[in-house]
Design a protein around this ligand. Sequence first.
Ligand code: 5GP
Length: 178
Amino acid sequence: MSDLVTIKDKQFKPYISQQQISEAVKKIATSINNELKNDQPLFLVVLNGSFMFAADLLKEVSIPCEISFIKVASYHGTTSSGTVTELIGLSEDITGRTVIIVEDIVDTGITLEKLITVLKRKNVKQIKVATVLLKPDSYKKEFTIDYYGMKIPNDFVIGYGLDYDGLGRNLKEIYVLA
Ligand code: 5GP
């Protein structure tokens, strides 16, 4: 593995190697291939952070599937609940479909909860969640994280799609604050 990287004002050290990531991604793909082969799932890749994981994962997925890229936008609307969540980029009719949310990392699960709430309203058949990283000490939501690559403590990580202030997404490995 390579050495320390400096991004803006912070130093990061190697944390999860390319090989470890690759093994974790293959494990997720194998589970999906086995469990969802009759469902023709729709992968919903949550941008920006998941682009690298999605590319690696989908190369290992061998079952019939579709892929779409979305962004989750939240803004203060005029509804009683205050915040309105909108999915940008979802053009498919997902009624009755098996949808797999592709995330880079699940931390508190707030982003995921918003996304799942919107998807449930669209009468999907089932929703599965695939993420590279999961922070179990932080995640307190009820939704099952069906497929995850690795559990990590509550540390700030970058690389493999994850950024620090917009930078570091292109790193092949995952780094943690040094
Ligand atoms: P949550 O809503 O689950 O708390 O957080 C989800 C989002 O927060 C992720 O999609 C990611 O953008 C960001 N995030 C959470 N933890 C980290 C981290 O350790 N590093 C980076 N770069 N982003 C994180």
